[in-house]
Design a protein around this ligand. Structure first.
Ligand code: COI
Length: 360
């Protein structure tokens, strides 16, 4: 493993009241940085004071978007005795999967993993104490070349920044209203949908704005070819409980969907509980039919930022379908409580998800 340098600052920031700052608006005192060039590979791993960076106006990422990112969370654990990170290894493996899709050189897992844990240990006082709050970890990589020709980068920068956060949605753990998008598409098979890359989020903005104007929180994407099969919400994966069974689109079958880590957690926990849970293709018509015949019990999203987000209303082609009377479903509530319990250690981690970064 490569050496990780540490540059200390005495200039520490005041910590904000997390309940008042929304999602991802305040950043901690330090960040992890590494650089890549073709001669040296990934090198110069360092934890340095958080500061603005300077990029050339010809920076290739600003023009062509060769970039990837992750979203991970750190929590206070075991009654506040430890600082832990949830499924850091899985997230960093997914970062390297996104790297392969975007032709970015894979990062040295051990150095980045160690750098991430050390950064969290240094910044552990920034992990909020309140339930439902956490320290959001944002690793990202971007091409650092200064060139206007379209080509795969020769220089990259990896950075990990940290932001104390509360619930992703302004209204907290409450049912969201979702508009099923039948005109625009987020990704198509053979494209970038399985990568956590800015392009997929840029592609979601216009439809998201239209949905907001109509008073919906988010857009649910259908497949880009037939506009028939359910894909994902963009900021989260989507799951349905139909006739006692959890049914959800499969990132293995639909390569335009992100392989969500919280999605995997939900499936692991459902299996642990003995609740039937399957990943398969599911069409919007099947969902509407299940609503009409009374077998659609619940709809909810899963994601690192959102954790579990119950869906109260689905809109499709001008018609609203209210789920569970617009209230939080029993299964979504139980899953949220359980995952939150895994995050804080109130529930024993039988799955090996928790990685300890430091002790208080
Ligand atoms: C996450 O859940 O970590 C995400 O990346 C979703 C969003 C904030 C972009």
């Amino acid at each position: 493993m490569a050496e990780i340098k540490f540059v200390e600052t005495k200039n520490l920031k005041e910590k904000p009241d997390v309940s008042k700052i929304g999602f991802g608006t305040h950043f901690t005192d330090y960040m992890f940085v590494m650089d890549y060039n073709t001669a040296e590979g990934w090198h110069d791993a360092r934890i340095v004071p958080f500061e603005n960076i300077s990029v050339s106006p010809a920076n290739a990422t600003l023009h062509y978007g060769q970039a990837i990112f992750e979203g991970i969370k750190a929590y206070r654990y075991d009654g506040g005795k430890k600082a832990v990170v949830f499924r850091a290894t899985d997230h960093l493996k997914r970062l390297n999967n996104s790297a392969r899709i975007l032709d970015i050189p894979e990062v040295p897992f051990e150095t980045v993993h160690e750098g991430l844990l050390r950064l969290i240990n240094i910044e552990k006082d920034w992990i909020p104490k309140e339930k439902g709050q956490s320290l959001y970890i944002r690793p990202f990589i971007f091409a650092a070349d200064e060139v206007l020709g379209v080509s795969v980068g020769k220089k990259y920068k990896l950075m990990i920044i940290l932001s104390p956060v509360a619930a992703y949605y302004a209204h907290g753990f409450a049912p969201v209203k979702i508009m099923v998008e039948s005109e625009y598409v987020r990704a198509v098979r053979g494209g970038l949908g399985a990568a956590k890359t800015p392009a997929n989020y840029a592609a979601s903005l216009h439809a998201g704005l239209i949905a907001h104007d109509k008073n919906y929180d988010q857009v649910l994407w259908l497949d880009g070819v037939e506009r028939k099969y359910i894909e994902e919400v963009g900021s989260m994966n989507i799951l349905f409980k139909i006739n006692g069974e959890v049914v959800t689109p499969s990132p293995k079958l639909q390569t335009s969907i992100l392989d969500g880590i919280t999605h995997r957690t939900v499936m692991d926990v459902a299996k642990e509980w003995g609740v039937p849970a399957v990943e398969r293709k599911i069409s919007i018509d099947e969902v509407i039919q299940a609503h009409e015949n009374g077998t659609l019990e619940e709809v909810f999203g899963s994601g690192t930022a959102a954790v579990i987000s119950p869906v109260g209303v689905l809109e499709y082609k001008g018609k609203e379908y209210v789920i569970q009377g617009g209230k939080i479903g029993e299964f979504a509530q139980k899953m949220y409580d359980y995952i939150e319990g895994l995050h804080t250690g109130e529930i024993e981690d039988k799955f090996g998800y928790i990685e300890v970064a430091g002790e208080y």
